[in-house]
Design a protein around this ligand. Structure first.
Ligand code: SF4
Length: 186
């Protein structure tokens, strides 16, 4: 049997983290960071479609569509980003590297424990989530958003759809801005 730890590019979980990562998921996570620019465009495209469908979500009821959307969101983002469904997605601000995969769960990082080789102090075989985030952000159009300070996680939103939350917030913003825009035109 091959010794997995001997492979220089593979990630072998140290087992010290509460979030229980797997090596295969980790490979995909890193792919996503390397393709952050492309994924940013894909996300924008789908976010626009979601916003256009706001009337449909409203008609059915946001609460009713929550469950099926959570199912899809969890499957897609779990596969690509090892998403933990925190419900307040920051992937667009963190170079497509999910901060909830930091063993310390830091929403603003990195911490002071990054090793000299850029790896995590808790998972020594894993490059720091925030070092990855910086690399990914350099490939994104809005990459400088990584400099913004993130709010603390609201754990009451765990397991809910960030896609729907962002859509509802954008729709509310758009609707609030519409009368002012009409006034300016008139
Ligand atoms: S920030 Fe939250 S919603 Fe986004 S990928 Fe990470 S756990 Fe999932």
């Amino acid at each position: 049997m091959k010794n997995k730890a001997a492979r220089p590019t593979s990630y072998v979980p140290a087992g010290a983290s509460h979030v229980r990562r797997t090596g295969s998921r980790y490979t995909l996570r890193r792919w996503s960071v390397r393709h952050a620019g492309f994924l940013e465009k894909v996300y924008r495209f789908f976010a626009e479609i979601f916003l256009k469908l706001h009337w449909l979500w409203s008609l059915i009821g946001y609460a009713r569509v929550e469950r099926p959307i959570v199912f899809v969101e969890k499957a897609v983002k779990g596969f690509m980003f090892d998403c933990r469904m925190c419900g307040q997605c920051t992937l667009s601000e963190t170079g497509m590297s999910c901060p909830m995969n930091c063993p310390k769960g830091l929403r603003n990082g990195p911490c002071g424990g990054v090793r000299a080789d850029g790896n995590c102090e808790i998972e020594p075989d894993m490059p720091c989530v925030w070092v990855e985030a910086w690399k990914g952000s350099r490939l994104m159009q809005a990459g400088d958003n990584i400099r913004a300070v993130q709010e603390p996680v609201d754990f009451s939103l765990r397991g809910t759809s960030a896609w729907l939350r962002v859509t509802a917030a954008k729709a509310a913003e758009r609707d609030a801005a519409a009368p002012a825009a009409k006034e300016r035109e008139g």
